[in-house]
Write a protein that binds this ligand. Structure first.
Ligand SMILES: Cc1ncc(COP(=O)(O)O)c(C=O)c1O
Length: 349
C-alpha cells in the first residue's frame, strides 16, 4: 500500500541525531538557537521562537497578543481542531468562517461580514501549501496570525509566507513538509512579541511568577530541523514536480484540479482534487488498488460544534480528496497513483 504521507529522512539525519545524542547536550540549547536564527533568515523576519508543536505556537501567540475571555478570534472551519483548541485554551470566542471552494482558503467576504468590535485576531492558514489572500486580510487592520503549518517555503508575491502576519506559526510534525518529529516555530517582526513568546515558553529560573508553559523544543529536534531546512528547496521542487505530473495526467477527467495563480507559489503539502461522486466509494477504490488517499480535513469545525451556515465547506467536505505526495514517493509509486486515479475517476463522468 502506498502511504498517504511519509517523512523524508535519510541516513545523514540519523547520524546527525546520534552525534547530538552522544554530545550530552540534548535539551533546548545552541541547536535550537541556531534553528531559530536560520528560520528567521529564511522567512525574512526579525526573529523566531521554537516550540514543542504548532499548537503550542498558536497558544503562545494568542497569549502574546493579549487575547482572552470576551475576545473573538476568526478562522476557517475547514481546518484541523488545533486552531479551535488554541482559541479555547485562552477562553476566547471562536468565530468560524467559510472557505473559497477553489483555493480551500478562508473566504474574505465571509470574514468581513463576521468582523465585530470584539474581533481581536484572525488565524489564517495557508491551506495545503497554497498562500491565502494575506494582502487583503492584513489590510483589514486586525492582528493576523499566519498559520504556515502546511506552507513552509510557499510564497505570496515572491515573499515567503510567514513574513506578512503580526505573528506566524509553523509545524514540524512528522508528516509536514519539513519535520522534527513534533515541533513548531513562531516568527515575528516584533521584538516585543518575540520576547513575550520566549518568556512564556519556559518556566524555570524566573524572578517573578506568572502562568508559563513547558513548550520547548529539544536540541535533538532542532538538529533534525536544521538538516531539513537545508533540504527544503529540494523537497518543494520534488513536490511541485509530482503535482505537475498529476495535473497533466488528470486533465480532462471529471475532477477539479488544484489552483495556482501567478502571484502565489504552491508547495503542494497536499495535492487535493475535487471529485464529482461520493467520496467513500472513491477512497475504497483507491485502497483496493493499493493507494491510500484521504479526506484532507477529517471533520470541519462547525460540524464538531453543531453549527450550520458554511455552504462551501459542506460542498468541499463532500468532494475533496488528497492523493499521496511527498519527496520520497518513488517514480513507480507516482505512476501507480496516476494509473489508479485515471482508472477510478474515469467512471465519475
Ligand atoms: C493548519 C494547521 N495548523 C496547526 C496545526 C497544528 O500543528 P501541530 O500538530 O504541530 O500541533 C496543524 C497540524 O496538523 C495544521 O495543519
Amino acid at each position: 500500500m502506498i502511504p498517504h504521507s511519509k517523512p523524508t529522512i535519510d541516513k545523514n539525519d540519523a547520524e546527525l541525531l546520534s552525534q547530538v545524542m552522544l554530545s550530552g547536550q540534548i535539551a533546548q540549547g545552541e541547536k535550537v538557537a541556531d534553528f531559530e536564527r536560520q528560520m528567521a533568515r529564511f522567512i525574512g523576519v526579525k526573529g523566531c521562537v521554537a516550540t514543542s508543536s504548532g499548537t503550542a505556537g498558536l497558544h503562545l501567540s494568542l497569549i502574546a497578543l493579549g487575547i482572552g475571555q470576551g475576545d473573538q478570534v476568526l478562522f476557517p472551519t475547514y481546518v484541523c481542531a488545533a486552531l479551535l483548541n488554541a482559541v479555547n485554551y485562552v477562553r476566547a470566542t471562536p468565530v468560524l468562517v467559510d472557505i473559497n471552494p477553489r483555493s480551500f482558503n478562508l473566504d474574505v467576504c465571509d470574514l468581513k461580514a463576521k468582523l465585530t468590535p470584539k474581533s481581536k485576531a484572525v488565524i489564517l492558514p495557508h491551506m495545503f501549501g497554497l498562500p491565502a489572500d494575506i494582502d487583503e486580510i492584513m489590510a483589514l487592520g486586525i492582528p493576523v496570525i499566519e498559520d504556515c503549518a502546511q506552507a513552509v517555503g510557499a510564497t505570496f508575491q515572491k515573499k515567503p509566507v510567514g513574513s506578512f502576519g503580526t505573528l506566524a506559526v509553523f509545524s514540524f510534525y512528522a508528516t509536514k513538509v519539513m519535520t522534527t518529529g513534533e515541533g513548531g516555530m513562531v516568527a515575528s517582526h516584533s521584538q516585543a512579541l518575540l520576547e513575550k513568546l520566549k518568556d512564556l515558553r519556559e518556566y524555570d529560573e524566573k524572578d517573578n511568577y506568572r502562568l508559563r508553559f513547558n513548550y520547548k523544543m529539544s536540541d535533538l529536534q532542532a538538529a533534525l530541523g536544521l538538516a531539513q531546512l537545508a533540504r527544503l528547496a529540494d523537497f518543494v521542487s520534488q513536490r511541485r514536480k509530482t503535482a505537475d505530473l498529476y495535473s497533466a495526467s488528470l486533465k480532462g477527467f471529471a475532477v477539479d484540479l488544484p489552483q495556482e495563480s501567478e502571484d502565489r507559489r504552491h508547495i503542494f503539502f497536499r495535492y487535493v482534487i475535487r471529485a464529482k461522486r461520493p467520496l467513500a466509494a472513491i477512497l475504497r477504490s483507491f485502497e483496493q488498488r493499493g493507494v491510500c488517499c484521504r479526506r484532507p480535513v477529517h471533520k470541519s469545525l462547525h460540524r464538531f460544534l453543531g453549527l450550520s451556515g458554511f455552504p462551501w465547506t459542506e460542498e468541499v467536505s463532500k468532494s475533496a480528496l488528497s492523493l499521496p505526495i511527498y519527496p520520497s514517493l518513488k517514480d513507480e509509486e507516482t505512476k501507480k497513483v496516476i494509473e489508479a486515479a485515471q482508472g477510478i475517476l474515469r467512471y465519475c463522468l
